[in-house]
Design a protein around this ligand. Structure first.
Ligand code: FAD
Ligand code: SF4
Length: 581
């Protein structure tokens, strides 16, 4: 029998970027906040002197243990889904700070076009640009309305960047200057300028200089150590929840962080969320934590799974297209090309997670799609994240997979291979969704989340367009061999792609077609907020966390309002795009 604890004002499920932001903002307001995180605690000291590629990048030390809980996957609804037994396509974070500990730090803002995609696409290209199976919709908030929250995230995290005329417009400069220019970024920028594109540095959460944020937290200067993506930062130079929002929350004395606490259910009385049920993973004890406000901040997969396992909201039904929980699951495509330079070396072993340069010219609606058979696009970038020894054997395609020739070519091209690639936007499709698996359960007997997903025609058309653009840039950079990255026949969950899963509890202006309003407050349950990329109505052409952070600050403001006003914070609007309350 579960032990019922004293009621608190706010409980967050998961303590990564979203949980940390909610905790800091609410604790500063004087609310008592409990953060339940199923992983362990960790801090900068844990990562000192351990640049261990095998442990972190190959064996995924900082990530979810799939023997306890995983997702099941199939490409189509007429197939049987099977459990993902090893992390692959995406790397689910676990532990205090979530994936925010081992992320790269590329911190973009989605474009104004993204937030009003349905309205703007219909206006410019007509209602039939995509067929009716693509369930694109406006987000219920405009870019101008969300802009201050983007900056709030960037100011808290000290993002290093430079203005770019094709990126989303800004009311303030980046808090810190861009990262270093390197021979690789210079070469990319020169080539992009020659092609009349508009290159700029990638906005970075690895900071170009030491920075103190408005809450008094300090972030150190990046050392370009190259052990960044999939690693914690031993210098405290990567913006993570652990060096920004979590210390802020803790300093208030109002934040109670409980690690090894796995939430299994949201307690729901048919009208309100009354708290959450969780298991202490070290003792096996079960607890009920009552709360005035419940906030799901457990990433896309667990936000959706907890709603479905708790019987909250209307599950999406692919046959009829009705329901919202699990709807509009999106991922991203990764068109690109690799260039091999016979007579030049680029010191690719040095780098940082977000060091690189990019062009936005092929993103969003920055170019005319009238004669194209797709919408949207993607940011095209070159990154210099640091080629670590085990996992980097980039060789031309006709090289054998093993033996002396493979070794020779690996050594030869270690410093001579550069890739330009895109984060290609992903449009929601009726056949791509999340629901509960009928066969497989987790350690505690709760159904696993089932992922049904494959590439669409829109993905394929966009992929080929962007792939050619990446190849053009590499030719202009002077590569001797340019090999475009072809798309596979079907989405494959095995090789790593991105941890940019989105959707499943999407935001919008209409409760019929969205799960949450523009404060991430559930339409069906006033005191339940579902925060994170689960709210994205489609996936844009950038990494998501800048937008996730903005939505989390907006949600925090909503919860503060809710403490005073109760009830729904936004009036439902059956039109495509509702204005803010
Ligand atoms: C290798 C890698 C590189 C990345 N690089 C970038 C990048 O450069 N730019 C970018 O924009 N994004 C990047 N991302 C994505 C970015 O990390 C995520 O967008 C961001 O961390 C999401 O924050 P979140 O709070 O929503 O979820 P998370 O960070 O995943 O945090 C969720 C937390 O909830 C906990 N949790 C889950 N279920 C439960 C439960 N039932 N009970 C209790 N706790 C639970 C988890 O343990 C986890 O700690 C990267 C991700 C990875 C894995
Ligand atoms: S590259 Fe910079 S931010 Fe990343 S881990 Fe190394 S020092 Fe830290």
């Amino acid at each position: 029998m579960a032990t019922e604890l004293d009621k608190v004002e706010v409980v967050t499920v998961g303590v990564g970027w979203t949980g940390g932001i909610i905790a800091a903002e609410l604790a500063k307001e004087g609310a008592n906040v409990v953060g339940l995180e199923r992983g362990k605690g960790r801090s900068t000291e844990d990562f000192q002197q351990v640049h261990d590629e095998y442990r972190y990048a190959i064996r995924y030390d900082l990530m979810q243990d799939l023997s306890k809980e995983t997702v099941t996957f199939r490409n189509h609804s007429d197939e049987r889904a099977l459990p993902m037994r090893q992390l692959g396509s995406f790397l689910l974070g676990e532990g205090v700070g979530g994936s925010g500990v081992h992320w790269n730090g590329q911190t973009w803002r989605f474009l104004p076009y993204d937030l009003e995609i349905k309205t703007l696409t219909d206006e410019k290209y007509g209602e039939n640009k995509l067929d009716e199976n693509y369930t694109i919709q406006d987000w219920g908030i405009t870019y101008d309305e969300l802009e201050p929250y983007f900056y709030q995230f960037e100011e808290t995290t000290g993002i290093s960047g430079e203005e770019n005329p094709m990126s989303a417009p800004r009311s303030n400069p980046y808090p810190t200057p861009p990262m270093k220019e390197t021979p690789i970024t210079l070469r990319f920028k020169e080539a992009a300028n020659n092609l009349d594109l508009h290159p700029g540095h990638i906005p970075s959460g690895n900071l170009s200089e030491a920075y103190e944020n408005p809450d008094g937290e300090t972030i150190a200067k990046c050392q370009y150590c190259g052990f960044c993506e999939r690693f914690g930062c031993e210098y405290g130079a990567k913006s993570t929840p652990n060096v920004t929002v979590l210390p802020t929350a803790e300093k208030t004395g109002n934040f109670d962080l409980r690690t090894h606490s796995n939430v299994t259910e949201v307690m729901y009385d048919g009208n309100r969320a009354t708290g959450v049920k969780y298991v202490d993973l070290q003792t096996g004890e079960e607890f009920i934590q009552p709360a005035d406000v419940v906030v799901l901040t457990s990433y896309v997969m667990n936000n959706v799974r907890l709603l479905l396992n708790s019987g909250i909201g209307r599950p999406y039904d692919r046959a009829t297209g009705s329901g919202v929980i699990g709807k509009n699951y999106c991922y991203q495509i990764l068109p690109g090309a690799t260039g091999f330079f016979e007579n030049e070396k680029f010191n690719t072993y040095m780098g940082a997670g977000a060091l690189g340069a990019a062009v936005d010219d092929y993103n969003g609606d920055n170019f005319d799609h009238t004669d194209l058979d797709f919408i949207h696009g993607g940011v095209a970038a070159i990154t210099q994240t640091g080629q670590r020894p085990i996992n980097n054997n980039i060789v031309p395609k006709d090289t054998p997979n093993w033996g002396a020739e493979f070794k020779n070519e690996s050594l030869k091209y270690y410093h001579r291979a550069l890739s330009v690639s895109c984060q290609g936007a992903s449009m929601p499709h009726r056949e791509n969704y999340l629901d509960l698996d009928p066969d497989y359960t987790d350690n505690f007997g709760y159904p696993l989340l089932r992922l049904t997903y494959d590439y669409t025609e829109q993905d394929r058309n966009l992929h080929d367009f962007l792939m050619d653009k990446c190849a053009d840039i590499l030719h202009e950079m002077g590569a001797d061999i340019v090999e475009p990255t072809e798309m596979t026949d079907h989405y494959n969950i095995v090789p790593y792609q991105t941890t940019h899963n989105t959707g499943g509890a999407i935001m919008g202006g209409d409760p019929e077609t969205s799960a949450v309003n523009n404060y991430s407050q559930m339409w069906d349950v006033d005191n339940l907020f579902v925060v994170g990329a689960s709210a994205f109505a489609h996936n844009g052409g950038y990494n998501p966390t800048g937008t996730v952070g903005a939505l989390a600050y907006r949600a925090a403001e909503g919860i503060i309002k809710f403490r005073e006003e109760n009830g729904q914070l936004v009036e439902a609007n059956k039109t495509k795009n509702s204005k803010l309350a």
